[in-house]
Design a protein around this ligand. Structure first.
Ligand SMILES: [Zn+2]
Length: 150
């Protein structure tokens, strides 16, 4: 099955192999996601970002439940309320992402999570269009998929 990322240059891979495409400045070590062409740290003089991959592990820093359907720029075929998480990564930045694998209201701050992908919609050619998501670290991908369908 052909699949495509919802935005080119945001992540690579699928399922447990999902990684975020990011930058780390060789001058000051600042990490950026999505990738940055320059370093925005005010005291950095080198401003030399290089491409890195982030993931798969993080921790739920905070989350909310998206209870109404977002406006039309956001497309999701089988829409249902979902948890939207702010995930703290070991590289020192926080990334916003959909959470999957559990009922939206059952998430807890501080939970360990791991990257995965989920289908947002099928495009005109029938390809699955994917976004990156985080799922509970403690359960398998198969269980997460079942949870997403529940
Ligand atoms: Zn820098």
């Amino acid at each position: 099955m052909q699949a495509a990322p919802v935005v080119q240059g945001l992540f690579e891979g699928q399922g447990d192999a999902t990684r975020l495409l990011a930058s780390r400045c060789r001058g000051c070590g600042s990490v950026y996601f999505p990738r940055s062409l320059s370093c925005r740290h005010p005291r950095c003089t080198d401003k030399a970002p290089q491409d890195i991959l982030l993931g798969p592990h993080g921790t739920v820093y905070s989350f909310t439940v998206q209870a109404y359907r977002p406006p039309p720029l956001f497309v999701m075929d089988d829409w249902a309320p979902y948890a939207l998480g702010l995930i703290e990564l070991p590289e020192g930045l926080r990334v916003m992402a959909m959470l999957t694998g559990r009922a939206p209201q059952d998430w807890r701050i501080g939970e360990p999570v791991t990257l995965t992908t989920g289908v947002l919609f099928r495009d005109a050619e029938g390809r699955e269009v994917l976004t990156f998501q985080f799922r509970p670290l403690a359960i398998s991908t198969a269980t997460a998929a079942e949870g997403a369908l529940a």
